[in-house]
Design a protein around this ligand. Sequence first.
Ligand code: ATP
Length: 320
Amino acid sequence: MTTSAPQAVRVRAPGKINVSLKVGPLRADGYHAVASVYLAVSLFEEVTASAAAQPGITVRVDAGGPLRIPADGIPLGPDNLVARAAAALAGHAGIQDPAVDLVITKHVPVAGGMGGGSADAAAALLACNELWGTGLSAADLALLGAGLGADVPFALAGGAAVGLGVGDELTPVAAAAPLHWVLVAADTGLSTPAVYRRLDALRTSSGAGTEEPETADPAVLAALTAGNAAALAGVIHNDLQPAALSLAPALDNVLQRGKELGALAGIVSGSGPTLAFLAADADAAARLQDALRAEGHNALAVYGPAAGAEPADPAAPADH
Ligand code: ATP
C-alpha cells in the first residue's frame, strides 16, 4: 500500500501591527519586557513545503505582491527563519535527514516591523508538520515557534492578542469587527535591535524612567473588543515610535500626511518603518490608499483581525 503523505503543502500566515506597544527598560539579559496588543492583518506570507529528492532544506523567495516587496536582505541559507523552523521541527520530531524545498511568497515588508519573518516561520512550521505528518498540536508548535522568535506564536494564532513577556505570552482578545487600515511600506527596512538601542539611548539622554509594563492598555482592549475605530484612534500608542522616527525622520511627514488625507490616526508598526493608518471603514481605507498612492506612497488597504497560520486554498484568490 502506498502512503497518502502529501508531496507539497502550502500555508499562509499573516503580518501584524501592534496597536499598542509598551516597552520596559533594558534588562540584564539584553531583552526588554513588552506589553503589546497585536493585530493580525490581511497581508499574508505564503510558504510552500515540498518533499525533496535529496536530503537537505532549501529556501527560495518569490517577492513582489501588492506592496512590491524586494527580496533583498533575506538570507537564503540555514539562517532563513523558514529553514530554522523546518530544522527545529525535524529535531523535535526526530527526523534525521529532513528533505524539503521551501518557497516563500513574500508580501510583508522585509525588516518592516510587521513580523514578516515570524509569519514565514509560523507558516513553515505548519507546512512541515503537515508534510511530514509529525502531528504536533497547536500548543507544541507555538512552543517551538517561541524559540525561533517572539512574534512566531502570534503569527500562528492570528486574530488579536495581548502579548506579555517578550511578546510571546499570548492572551487572545475577542475583537468584535474588522478594523480597516492602510499600510505604507518604506523603501528600506529598519533593524529591530537598532531601534531598541535607539530607544534605550533616547531614554538615557532624556533621563526618563520607565517601568516594567505589566498589562496592556485597557482602553485599547475596550476599543478593539467593541470594534470602535474612533475610540481606538484616540489610544493607539507605540513606545518604539520616537526611536523609529529618530532613525528614519522622513516618516514623520508621511504620518502627518496620512492624517491630513483622512486617517483617524497613524502609527509606526512595531519597530517600523512600515506605517499603519486607521480608517473609519473599508470605503475610507480604500480612499486613503488611493490618495496616498497618488502622492507616490507604497500604500495598501488591509483589515484586521485576520486569521492565523492556516492551509492556503490553492483555488482561492490571493487576499493579498
Ligand atoms: P520583527 O519581527 O523583529 O519586528 P521585522 O518584521 O522588522 O522583524 P523581518 O522581515 O521579520 O523584520 O526580518 C528581520 C530580518 O530577519 C531580516 O532583515 C533578515 O535579515 C532576517 N530574516 C531571516 N529570515 C527571514 C525571512 N524569512 N523573511 C524576512 N527576513 C528574514
